[in-house]
Design a protein around this ligand. Structure first.
Ligand code: T46
Length: 170
């Protein structure tokens, strides 16, 4: 029997550019959850022989204000980074060059996303454990983040992350 208390979050990026929307449904009795991340299309202009120009604008394309941009370069193939989650930070990840696997983990399940297209982005807006693997050497990982760097927003211990997640939904 379905419980009486249900919450549902539909977070929109931009209707015109949204290619996939995932919904978190929380039923307090059944505790049904799906992992909340979204793949989005980044607006891109392609010119024959001149390459491609992609862009997004804070306040127009984004569901959160961008306060920080960072990018990771010079990583060898098969190298792994991450192994943490964020408590409140929202991020758009994209790979303008190369191929990077992002494994997202909600404490119960893992899902794999390959970033290998400069016009596709991955939005993460809830605490999800992440591991990134560089499939192609020197792939570039760019991130637009909703807040300034704060090491207190990181959860770097997996068991602590699972406890944090379980407390979020009780
Ligand atoms: C994330 C994934 C996708 C700073 O000083 N300022 C910054 O803005 C950032 C992002 C990092 N740092 C320092 C903290 C560490 O001493 O840079 C060093 C490397 O950071 P970290 O080991 O956290 O890097 P990754 O690749 O494991 O994770 C990064 C982001 O930190 C994280 O927010 O979601 O990329």
């Amino acid at each position: 029997m379905l419980g009486s208390e249900k919450k549902s979050y539909n977070i929109l990026f931009d209707k015109s550019t949204l290619i996939e929307r995932r919904t978190v449904k929380i039923n307090k009795d059944l505790c049904v959850k799906t992992m909340n991340y979204r793949m989005v299309e980044i607006r891109s202009i392609h010119s024959q022989g001149l390459g491609s120009l992609s862009f997004f604008e804070s306040g127009r394309d984004m569901s959160f204000e961008i306060k920080r941009i960072y990018y990771i370069t010079g990583v060898p193939a098969n190298f792994k980074r991450g192994y943490h989650a964020h408590k409140t930070l929202k991020q758009l990840l994209f790979c303008p060059y190369g191929s990077i696997e992002i494994i997202l983990d909600d404490g119960e399940r893992k899902e794999s996303i390959i970033l290998n297209d400069s016009s596709k982005g991955l939005i993460i807006e809830e605490p999800l454990w992440r591991e990134m693997t560089w499939i192609v050497k020197e792939s570039v990982l760019c991130v637009a983040a909703s807040d300034y760097y704060d090491q207190n927003d990181y959860i770097r211990d997996y068991n602590s992350f699972r406890v944090y997640r379980s407390q979020m939904y009780t």
